[in-house]
Design a protein around this ligand. Sequence first.
Ligand SMILES: Cc1ncc(COP(=O)(O)O)c(C=O)c1O
Length: 398
Amino acid sequence: MYLVSERLKLVRPSQTKVMTARAAELRDQGADVITLSQGEPDFDTPSAICEAGIRAIRDGQTRYTAVAGIKPLRAAIGEMLRRDRGLDYGIDQISVGCGAKQVVFNALFASLDPGDEVVIPTPCWVSYPDMVALAGGKPVLVACSELDGFKLRPQALEKAITPRTKWLMLNSPCNPTGAAYSRGDLLALAAVLHERTHVHVLSDDIYEKLTYHADFATMAAVAPDLFERTLTVNGVSKADAMTGWRVGYSAGPLALIKAMNLIQGQTSSHTSSISQHAALEALSGRRDHIKEFVRAFLERRDLVVAKLNQAKGLACRVPDGAFYVFPSCAGVIGKRTPDGKMIETDSDFAVICSTLSPWLSCLAAASWLRPISASPMLPRSRTSRAPATGSSPPARAS
Ligand SMILES: Cc1ncc(COP(=O)(O)O)c(C=O)c1O
């Protein structure tokens, strides 16, 4: 008997994890590698948040919590959504999980029946299609062209919807393109969804705070008629440099949140009690650090985009938000390397880059080079410590 389930044949390992492992391998061989794979800020978690975590331990907040998360944290999330977005959720319509990743998975697992379709605009976060498949659904990938700013257009959405469509997944600003949907963009998509009442919206707002010049917009707020059909997902990983604390949350229809809690109750139970207290501090504190982070990311974005655009054969659009760049390497396809090797695909190019420049490890995804995240080329907020993952080397000066 083969022990691993048939279901897992549909799921590929996370490519960002593969790339991170490859970087570690190169490092073990003595190469000085900067890994630009995982979407992880290189800042340390702000000290007030860490202190809240330490305080929680000292105060004995170390036991099981409610499955949906501690009440003060859910109340703070509700308050923030009301204040910042005008969205009104009862505390039972909010659920906290082990990062936005688990929250998205819970939502899909709670809602998808075999064959249900999920429309995913691409380029997308690499985990979405696999999570959909793992939950028994069918990912329907809709390509969004660079000419459209890598954003889903209403006509394309209309074409992708079938009677089996259960979700449209939106991620703005987007991993990996950095594209941010404006209020107008969302209204145009909402017009398509208005009559198609069987379609729900999963709005992954994890990069909400990392927008540069555009105003952030989210579907539940922009289209009140879709409020009942929208699950808004967010978390503290990116905006508060808390990737390792594993706190994400969602707000949405009560029945869905209850179903998500049921899954969580039978799997992880909840995220760490200590992390929840730290996240409470993050969300109810001043969050002044976000301004600093955004300023640093913006500076890095401009540097990296300018450098990429100076490279022959590469072209890079300026991302509106998040901390990725998504350059096209179309201009090098068909060219040869100095040792005569033909570059036939973007993957070839990425692999060749990592051999030519051992300090650069990158990954290709569907005709585009994948991300350069949180570029460690500029000085970090603190220079004395290696990034928290331990997988990256200390920062380099540019
Ligand atoms: C679009 C998107 N959603 C969700 C997540 C998961 O974030 P978390 O660390 O909260 O699980 C990521 C992480 O890279 C992401 O890029």
